[in-house]
Design a protein around this ligand. Structure first.
Ligand code: SF4
Length: 133
């Protein structure tokens, strides 16, 4: 964990909205593969990929962590990665996948490499069509 990085933290499971960035794509194995460089998105990108379904079910987006403006913030940390770590077993990999946001990632700052061994199993939007309607 790079404690010396003083940049504002980034949420690694953000909504698709203009100004956010694609950091990963869900693969056929149901796990997220990460881009070496993030790709900032605009409304055109969102419109294009939304034709195939909700973008947060197939991509992972990063955006600024808004801390107390987010329902997942408990006052000092993001509760999502804490709950994920209780529910899932980390992938056993000796080396971490490259990730474009690692030193600024909120989850990495909280849990270090363990977060990156859970992160590929996280799908931001798990609602089914009926829930989303
Ligand atoms: S938890 Fe790790 S792999 Fe996932 S977005 Fe953060 S730094 Fe990248």
């Amino acid at each position: 964990m790079d404690e010396s990085d003083s940049r504002p933290a980034l949420c690694p499971s953000a909504k698709a909205e203009p100004g956010a960035a694609v950091i990963g794509v869900l693969g056929p194995d149901g796990r997220v593969g990460y881009l070496r460089d993030w790709l900032e998105i605009d409304q055109q990108f969102i419109d294009d990929v939304s034709r195939e379904g909700r973008p947060e079910q197939r991509y992972r987006f990063a955006n600024n962590c808004v801390e107390h403006h987010c329902a997942q913030w408990d006052g000092c940390k993001c509760t999502i990665i804490e709950r994920v770590s209780e529910a899932l077993t980390p992938i056993e990999e000796h080396s971490l996948q490259p990730c474009a946001i690692r030193t600024a990632c909120r989850w990495f700052r909280q849990k270090g490499p363990d977060a990156c061994r859970l992160c590929p199993m996280v799908i931001t939007d798990t609602r089914d069509e009926a829930d989303a309607a």
